[in-house]
Ligand binder design. Sequence first.
Ligand SMILES: Cc1cc2nc3c(=O)[nH]c(=O)nc-3n(C[C@H](O)[C@H](O)[C@H](O)COP(=O)(O)OP(=O)(O)OC[C@H]3O[C@@H](n4cnc5c(N)ncnc54)[C@H](O)[C@@H]3O)c2cc1C
Length: 375
Amino acid sequence: MKSVIVVGAGIWGSSLALRLADTGWQVTLVERHQPGHVRQASAGETRLLRCSHGADDWYARMAWRAREGWRRLGERAGEELYHEAGMMWFAGTPDGWESDSARVLKNLDIPCEVLDPADGARFFPEFRGDDLSFLLWEPHAGVLRARRATQVTARLAVAAGVRLVRARAVPVPGADAPYGCAVDVGGEVLRADRVVWACGAWLPELFDLPLTVTKQDTLHFAVPAAWTTPGMPAWVDYGASAYGHGDVDGAGAKATSDAEGRPYEPEHGERVVDAESVERIRAYLRRRFPSLATAPVLFSQVCQYPLTPDAEWIIAEASPGVWLLGGDSGHGFKHAPELAAYVAGVLDGEHQPEARFGLHERLPSRGLRTSGEVR
Ligand SMILES: Cc1cc2nc3c(=O)[nH]c(=O)nc-3n(C[C@H](O)[C@H](O)[C@H](O)COP(=O)(O)OP(=O)(O)OC[C@H]3O[C@@H](n4cnc5c(N)ncnc54)[C@H](O)[C@@H]3O)c2cc1C
């Protein structure tokens, strides 16, 4: 039986562990805290699932397939993890990210519709779109109950035979390679045929990688019942680097900036949102959904992005059998079930990862997150 150690039980590591256990691997999953702990990127209350990725079609296809994966996972868990509430993109220009997205989605037969800004009033309890060029409607996009989905995935992995070890793992040097197919967990060395380091924003403390970790403040506001999702769709204003959705599970309506925050240390950094983050998003709400501009903050979370220079992920073999899986750059949650299948195919030797995910020098670019702001 082939064996693998996956380090990190965020949504990427847990989904991979589950997939590999389902397909006959002997899996050990090492996590220094608990699956779904609040420092994880995957422990955000919610995450958006959208297929639009501007001119890129690879991530659009993967997100579309992942949607089916989330549906199956929800069925297996016996609970709804994905609200297919739809998503509205607010396009400030006629020929930007949103029109590129619409073209790609149409080519891939992924449903979408270009609407007039005035149509926004049909989707939101209140909406001002007089500064917009058009709206792009993605009816099958929506909102994932992220923290819950992460806990459920880890629980299903354990039920499928994964051994969950609570420890901080560190790499072990190989006989004639920088890293061996082994991890050190507090003095004990665990060995396997493959090791996958899926450590999110902690990856740069273990490996020399061009990752910048930034602090990202997330805000949810107290709103009237009409602002509930499902019912109200998710929304993204790419040009303004702002996104949100209605109240899910009573946590309030999310409205948050996707602009890159300041450098952050994920293990010891204080998790208190900055006053400027609240001010920034209130200024946006005042413009788009004016009655929410004075809504009280109901719930807030501090998260982090491990950013690569080009926002492409890292899926790369650092030494024979030793894989790095990270650099999600703030847009990895939605893909997890499909990404797990893709990485399992790599470990099974069925295919190589795309060259874009390699350890080559990356050139700065933007366009994969929901942030089009130029700083
Ligand atoms: C504010 C915010 C909003 C986002 N919005 C979206 C969105 O709308 N849609 C979307 O698709 N994505 C979104 N993302 C990105 C998404 O959350 C991440 O891509 C995803 O959660 C990454 O999962 P992960 O498993 O790689 O990392 P994490 O969830 O951070 O998990 C890494 C795990 O590794 C563990 N670990 C680290 N080092 C070690 C070690 N040495 N030994 C043992 N364990 C270790 C950590 O404890 C942690 O549990 C957002 C991210 C943030 C911060």
